[in-house]
Design a protein around this ligand. Structure first.
Ligand code: SAM
Length: 406
């Protein structure tokens, strides 16, 4: 996800956005009053992004692309998806079967991958999409409709993960960063959960009051101290002490998400792309305010209590947590690299050079720079391959192996 990092004044809301945001705020206020005036940030984020009819991903704003709130790699350039397709082609040649994309955004990556695989002569039996946003699913349908029948007829939308494990490839670009996470602060060497309270009718950060009952309304019904346990385990593991007031995030949904997705894979590869870091870098003492970011009309900022339900909320991914969850789910961490290394390994340079027209080549070179340069998406974005019963080495990871950093 990219957008300007300038904390300049955010564009004002349109009357429709204002109405939508006010309705979502009223819903969250109602939910806040019930459990003693406090919601975990995870619950707040779940409502702000996914509340049926109200959440950012459930309602109809443009979100992704130049006219939306942020731009993702498949929207920056089709070179990205063409490289991903090359990696998919290798795996499909061994496994046969299908591709399942989780959170397919505008459908652009799905369309480009299918076109590329047709050219490479390795089409999947079907291309399934699991999308939680009805609005984005609609955009995907419109996009896929533009493909030739031979390709569009392979695309299906699923309401839930398949019950019978598949052979082939599972893809998720920038989905992990969209999973609701918890927020914490460190005081006197231990972790305290930060959630959301109300002050003068506005949402504010508030420490979890002591004696609040377990987080029974959270989807996993997990014990209320799960965050504190995870935070304290983290503090023990890190090679340095975190200073007082240090604030960051932990996404406890990574493990159940990886577990359920892994259960769908009989043979093949789950390929994850996201901005993130290995744990020791993520929770570095200098990253004193964590990685929470909001995206609104191509501006990035760090206030989740403004523009509620009309802006995206995300955090970077702790890839060590993803790797641990994968091992617990019996998946092999077969590769971990920067986006730049992955794209170079899958031939982005050759694809760029293929353009015969000078203007096309110049455009592609510009797009490739955006995907590859360290100051753009090349280094902060990582790629992780989680495999099961796959024999072949993966070309996307031939240039770089960052697994020891996890
Ligand atoms: C930041 S967007 C990325 C979209 C697209 N992959 C791209 O790169 O343009 C996050 C996507 O994840 C989807 N999503 C969020 N939670 C999900 C979940 N639990 N399972 C599947 N998709 C999810 C959202 O609806 C959205 O399509």
């Amino acid at each position: 996800m990219t957008a300007s990092a300038a904390h300049s004044i955010l564009p004002s809301l349109s009357p429709d956005e204002e109405r939508h945001s006010r309705a979502a705020q009223a819903l969250i206020r109602e939910r806040l009053v019930a459990p003693g005036g406090w919601l975990s940030f995870e619950q707040f984020m779940e409502l702000a992004l996914y509340a049926p009819g109200f959440g950012y991903y459930s309602a109809g704003s443009v979100k992704i692309g130049a006219g939306g709130d942020f731009v993702t790699a498949p929207e920056v350039s089709d070179l990205f998806s063409r490289c991903v397709a090359r990696q998919c082609a290798d795996v499909l040649a061994e496994t046969g079967g299908e591709i399942l994309e989780l959170g397919a955004g505008t459908g652009r990556m799905a369309a480009t991958i299918l076109q590329s695989l047709a050219t490479l002569g390795v089409l999947p039996e079907r291309y399934a999409i699991l999308e939680v946003s009805a609005d984005l699913a609609e955009r995907q349908r419109t996009r896929i409709q533009q493909l030739p029948a031979e390709l569009r007829d392979r695309v299906v939308w699923l309401g839930r993960l398949p019950e019978t494990p598949i052979r082939g490839v599972l893809l998720a670009n920038e989905v992990l960063d969209a999973l609701p996470f918890k927020r914490f602060a460190v005081y006197d060497g231990s972790v305290r959960e930060l959630g959301v309270g109300l002050q003068d009718d506005s949402f504010v950060w508030r420490e979890k009051p002591s004696g609040l009952p377990a987080d029974a309304s959270a989807p996993q019904h997990r014990a209320s101290d799960a965050l504190v346990a995870a935070g304290n385990a983290l503090m023990k593991e890190l090679p340095f002490a975190l200073p007082d007031g240090y604030t960051s995030e932990i996404c406890l949904r990574v493990e159940p998400w990886i577990t359920s997705v892994s259960q769908c894979l009989d043979q093949g590869m789950l390929l994850l792309f996201d901005y993130g870091l290995p744990r020791a870098h993520y929770y570095h003492p200098q990253r004193i305010d964590g990685t929470l970011r909001c995206y609104f009309k191509q501006r990035a900022h760090d206030d989740p209590f403004t523009n509620i339900a009309v802006q995206d909320i995300t955090a970077w991914v702790d890839f060590t947590r993803v790797g641990e969850a994968a091992l617990n789910a019996d998946l092999e961490v077969a590769g971990f690299a920067t986006q730049a290394a992955f794209l170079l390994g899958t031939g982005i340079e050759a694809l760029t050079a293929e353009a015969t027209d000078v203007a096309d080549r110049a455009r592609l070179a510009g797009e490739a720079r955006r995907l590859l340069l360290p100051g753009e998406m090349g280094e902060s974005f990582k790629v992780m391959a989680l495999c099961r019963n796959l024999r072949q080495p993966l070309r996307g990871f031939a240039h770089q192996d960052l697994r020891t950093s996890l």
